[in-house]
Design a binder for this molecule. Structure first.
Ligand code: NAD
Length: 462
């Protein structure tokens, strides 16, 4: 399906229309929001195959991975929002001292306004719809800007969103980086961006011109720290799954392994066995293994492989015509290796050897704060030590990726891996303004008259 870019000359009208709908309270009632959330659920339920087919065309991704990694999570999130919206939106009466006991002090939860959500290409459904669910729940009017890279999926979503959801409140705008820059010249009440840190800085700079708050869901190099006592066969299965799911094009994929030499030796014996078990002798023939999204990304990964000074101990097979890169294990990479300079975002797994756990933690601390850290050990003490001596958006002990499946855990980074978090109720909170309300009835006048001038010493005791 062809993705058509929205004419940039229409932006102003689209945004005006959405602002009017917001000002006219179209999206404010809870019944309206729930109706739209039900429509979103229906969109996913009724068009599962079409969405999975689009992702197959874009990434050759197996249906199971699209169901696990995108559609089921979005469905669960919409149901959760429908079920809990009444509770989330209730006014919250706050504790006050005796002096304000009769002021009815409370927090009124209000939609942020007209907001912009910019999605990334690697999970184009989840990364657009999960924040969208938060914005609908909060009562915002929304512009969605899907990534232009997975054109089949973005075209499919554009068609379906305009069919299922109210166009007076929610509009999809398509375009590449130049068009997104034009869009960013308009004022929004919140911008929610998922993608690279490089573009995250551009988004934040443009948002600052209007003092627009931002949520930035970025990437980075998430290490798997393997202690000497780890269960190597289990580590190998869990890490290869995490690295090959969506062909490694996952923001929370384990990026590299850091461990002692004896652990590296054990892992490089185990990894080939696990890759063969999961994807067969030739993963290129496996129906369960995705492709790289496009030639630009393929070339980037291929160049990394050409430049590495590590040892390719398994894989390293590439086919540009098919955008295929086999699961590849590279041992003995050093700190200055090409594979250690940028987020890999592909099925290449470097292993860096250190002398001990302390050296591993020191290395991780010396880098930007990662989106995730994956420590593997049988010892609670070791795990606690890793938690106490590192920082990261999330930590999954003895596993990877699965933090994203728990919507009550905040999903987000820190520092270069992002700003703010979302999922479940937190997505609602992102797009909600907490408005303080306090009521001072006229009859209070006789109790509060002492605060007015002319002041006497009695005023000091207020
Ligand atoms: P990207 O930054 O290239 O693109 C993301 C969005 O930004 C797209 O909608 C694109 O149109 C827009 N964009 C691109 N260039 C722009 C520019 N110059 N000005 C304005 N807008 C622009 O990112 P990507 O390649 O799509 O995604 C890969 C990165 O995203 C990786 O670093 C990955 O880790 C990160 N990521 C993070 C999460 C998360 O939830 N934290 C999820 C997925 C991906």
């Amino acid at each position: 399906m062809q993705l058509t870019y929205t004419n940039t000359a229409e932006y102003s009208q689209i945004i005006d229309d959405l602002r009017k709908s917001f000002t006219n309270n179209l999206t404010k009632s809870l019944s309206y929001r729930k109706r739209q959330l039900r429509q979103l659920y229906k969109l996913l339920e009724e068009n599962e195959d079409e969405i999975c087919d689009a992702l197959y065309k874009d990434l050759r991704r197996p249906k199971t991975e699209t169901m696990i990694g995108e559609i089921s999570w979005c469905k669960k999130e919409s149901l959760d929002a429908i079920e809990n919206l009444d509770g989330w939106s209730k006014p919250e009466y706050v504790k006050v001292g005796i002096a304000h006991a009769l002021n009815g002090c409370h927090i009124r939860r209000e939609p942020a306004g007209t907001v912009l959500i910019i999605g990334a290409w690697n999970y184009p459904v989840l990364l657009l719809l999960a924040p969208f669910i938060g914005a609908i729940s909060a009562g915002c009017t929304v512009i969605l800007k899907p990534s232009e890279v997975p054109d089949n999926t973005s075209a499919t979503l554009t068609k379906l969103i305009s069919k299922y959801l109210d166009q007076n409140a929610y509009r999809v705008v398509n375009g590449g980086s130049e068009e997104t820059m034009e869009l960013l010249q308009f004022r929004f009440d919140h911008i929610f961006y998922t993608g690279s840190g490089r573009v995250g800085k551009i988004i934040m700079t443009e948002a600052a011109k209007h003092l627009t708050p931002v949520t930035l869901e970025l990437g980075g190099k998430s290490p798997a720290i393997i202690a000497k006592d780890a269960d190597i066969p289990i580590v190998a299965r869990r890490l290869i799954w995490g690295k090959t799911f969506n062909c490694g094009q996952t923001c929370v994929a384990p990026d590299y392994i850091i461990c002692e030499r004896s652990v590296q030796e054990a892992l490089i014996k185990e990894f080939p066995r696990v890759i063969k078990e999961f994807l067969g002798e030739n993963p290129q023939k496996s129906k369960d293994y995705s492709r790289i999204i496009n030639q630009k990304q393929f070339d980037r990964l291929n160049n990394m492989l050409k430049k590495t000074s590590g040892k390719i101990i398994y894989g390293g097979i590439t086919d540009r015509d098919e955008l295929y890169i086999s699961p590849t294990i590279v041992s003995d990479v050093t700190e200055d290796d090409e594979l250690m300079q940028h987020e890999i975002f592909g099925p290449i797994f470097p292993i860096m050897v250190v002398n001990d756990l302390e050296e591993a933690l020191e290395f991780v601390r010396s880098r930007d704060i990662p989106l995730a850290i994956y420590p593997f050990s049988r010892s609670d003490k070791t795990i606690q030590h890793v938690l106490d001596n590192t920082r990261s958006g999330a930590t999954v002990i003895n596993d990877c990726l699965m933090q994203a499946s728990v919507m009550t855990l905040p999903f987000g980074g820190q520092g270069h891996s992002g700003m703010g978090s979302y999922r479940g109720k937190r997505s609602y909170d992102v797009f909600t303004h907490e408005r303080s309300v306090m009521n001072t009835p006229y009859f209070f006048e006789k109790f509060i008259g002492f605060r007015y001038p002319p002041y006497t010493q009695r005023n000091d005791k207020i």
